[in-house]
Design a protein around this ligand. Structure first.
Ligand code: IMP
Length: 179
């Protein structure tokens, strides 16, 4: 089935039922890995808002939730490699275990930028949890990338928080651009 978003057409790639199952698996993995700690989950807005909500609901341990806002696509369908810092953390992260929660790692530039920025504040550890990874698009290797929901091809996707020109975030599954 074709779904129009803005001036483009999309088709279903990952149904919500599959996302739900995978998010629960990631939550269990995080619970096991951080059993004796109280991590800070840092959602990267805007794209991760649905993912972090579902993830946190599935984690049965104490976590803190906070957000930063970064932008890098600016309305197109490929990375500009320019990062705009819209808002920063408001908590002290020195000595804390951070889990950066992202919708998608594409070139890796956004995540690399954020990790370098946060490292200076001396957190105890940084791990990255991304719903989607495009392995063929990665330009900067992220060694902190510990939790990956799904690996996808180098295609433009929307849905479950991800947008095309601010549309499509409310779609429940992940949809890929039809060629
Ligand atoms: P990176 O810096 O190239 O890794 O890009 C990361 C950011 O670009 C993500 O947080 C998204 O906001 C955006 N992005 C990357 N790929 C897609 C996509 O396929 N659809 C929508 N946004 C994307």
């Amino acid at each position: 089935m074709k779904i129009p978003v803005g001036d483009l057409e999309f088709e279903l790639l990952i149904p919500y039922a599959q996302i739900e199952t995978r998010v629960k698996e990631l939550a269990k993995q995080i619970e096991t890995d951080y059993a004796d700690r109280k991590p800070v989950m840092v959602g990267i807005l805007t794209g991760s808002f649905l993912f972090i909500a579902d993830l946190v609901k599935s984690i049965e341990m104490t976590t803190e939730v906070t957000f930063v806002k970064l932008a890098s696509y600016f309305g197109g369908t490929s990375s500009t490699r320019q990062i705009r810092d819209d808002f920063d953390l408001t908590i002290d992260i020195k000595g804390r275990d951070l889990i950066l929660v992202e919708d998608i790692v594409d070139t890796g530039n956004t995540m690399h930028y954020l990790i370098e920025k946060l490292k200076v504040r001396q957190p105890a550890s940084i791990a990255v949890c991304t719903l989607l990874l495009k392995p063929e698009a990665v330009e900067v290797n992220i060694k902190e990338l510990k939790y990956v929901g799904f690996e996808i091809k180098n295609e433009f996707v929307v849905g479950y928080g991800l947008d095309y020109r601010e549309e499509g975030r409310n779609l429940l599954g992940i949809y890929r651009r039809r060629s």
